[in-house]
Design a protein around this ligand. Structure first.
Ligand SMILES: Nc1ncnc2c1ncn2[C@@H]1O[C@H](COP(=O)(O)OP(=O)(O)OP(=O)(O)O)[C@@H](O)[C@H]1O
Ligand SMILES: [Mg+2]
Length: 394
């Protein structure tokens, strides 16, 4: 019910009309303002939507990179709990995504890798750039994997650390190639030195000794003293023998250092080099002649097999002892055993495949399996008779 009194006079009616007109104008103005504001809000919404779409696109692109990358990509909360674990990480470290998300990263870090990782977290957390660190992380099978790890802090709009991202790259192959390259370079330098010494001995020393011998022989013709002639002839014979020895030395210098060092010495060298990474000294036993029985063509492979077997013990076995045995007779039998955790189901890489290929190429066999009493034992067996060249060959 309308409480307003109806106008009683014409003047009142005119005043009411004016008031109502003014109110109408006011509400029109308000409506216009409102519609203006609405259209502004609309534009804002459209812009927001576009931004959201762009952000969604960027997130999708990032997710595609993370998923398809061959590198391990891991993200951590500030409390080091794993939040992202891409297929690259699963491939490199052997753990499935489900098994890792929600765990802390600590299980991946063997004792030796911790300080460098802590340092990288602290540096990137305080705003410094953390260089990639070459280190070893633990694989699901218990072994160690060579990785280059780059850590970066993730920050919110105010710059506060909201987590860390980690990119891990497999550098096993590169390290192996680098050490082969370094060994090849060192060998080439040694060979160059040996060639130079051999040349100097040949061109200078032998020629001078030879000339001295000729001079002495000339002197005997001038002498008519029998004892003096006999002594000089003795010295000339000595000089001839010296020249022969020099020639032998030159011949030795031209041979590769590997051939010059006995196989037995090379085996001892490889074992003592492995001590550092193993943390203990493997024992070694020989049965039968080593240097005489093993031809060079087999020795090169034997050394490669021994090095890979020792490296596997260091990387995978978690052993406290190992034994190397070399038996030579009609066949060569190299055995390498360790008291570690035994061979797991995983055969990820090519090391063991190479050992088998080397055996097959030489007409032999390769076996790896459980060692009686625990651990792993491999046997690399090569028939020797067919590889012996020269008069003793069959
Ligand atoms: N002595 C050992 N004790 C326990 N596990 C071993 C041992 N040797 C090898 N393995 C297992 O066998 C797998 C295959 O070894 P292999 O040498 O072929 O590869 P790798 O050492 O992992 O990589 P690569 O040799 O190519 O660098 C290893 O990943 C490891 O799981
Ligand atoms: Mg290996």
């Amino acid at each position: 019910m309308n409480s307003a009194q109806p106008p009683r006079t014409l003047a009142e009616a005119a005043a009411l009309l004016r008031r109502q007109e003014a109110e109408l104008a006011d509400s029109r103005r308000q409506t216009a303002e409102l519609s203006h504001e609405l259209s502004d809000a609309d534009h804002g919404l459209i812009a927001l939507h576009a931004e959201l779409e762009a952000a969604r696109g960027a997130a999708a692109r990032l997710a595609a990179i993370v998923t398809s990358s061959g590198d391990a990509m891991i993200s951590l909360s500030p409390q080091r709990v794993i939040q992202t674990w891409n297929p690259g990480a699963a491939h490199l470290l052997g753990h499935a995504t489900d098994a890792m998300v929600g765990n802390t990263v600590d299980a991946l870090l063997p004792e030796g890798a911790r300080p460098a990782f802590e340092d990288a977290l602290a540096r990137t957390g305080s705003g410094e750039h953390a260089e990639p660190v070459e280190t070893r992380w633990r694989h699901a099978d218990g072994g160690l994997v060579d990785v280059s790890v780059t850590v970066s802090a993730m920050r919110d709009a105010d710059g506060a650390v909201i987590g860390y991202s980690i990119v891990g790259q497999d550098i096993g192959r590169r390290l192996a190639l680098q050490s082969e390259l370094a060994a090849a370079r060192a060998e080439r330098e040694v060979m160059a030195d040996r060639e130079r010494i051999a040349r100097d001995l040949h061109d200078m020393v032998i020629q001078r000794v030879f000339a001295a011998g000729l001079t002495l022989q000339g002197v005997t013709a001038l002498l008519d003293h029998d004892r003096a002639t006999a002594r000089i002839e003795g010295v000339v014979a000595e000089l001839d023998a010296t020249i022969q020895e020099l020639r032998n030395a030159i011949f030795d210098l031209h041979r590769a250092p590997q051939e010059a060092a006995s196989l037995r010495a090379q085996i001892f060298d490889a074992i003592s080099a492995a001590r550092h990474s193993l943390g203990f000294a493997p024992t070694v036993s020989f049965e039968g002649p080593v240097d005489a029985a093993v031809p060079d063509g087999v020795a090169v492979h034997l050394m490669a097999v021994l090095r890979e077997a020792l490296s596997n013990i260091g990387k995978h076995a978690q052993a406290s002892a190992a034994e190397v045995g070399l038996h030579t007779g009609e066949e060569l039998l190299l055995t390498v055993g360790d008291n570690g955790r035994g061979l797991g189901p995983s055969t990820r890489r090519s090391g063991l495949a190479n050992l088998r290929e080397r055996a097959v190429a030489l007409g032999g066999t390769f076996d790896i399996g459980d060692r009686p009493g625990g651990g792993t034992r491999l046997a690399w067996r090569i028939p020797l008779s067919r590889h012996r060249g020269g008069p003793t060959g069959s």
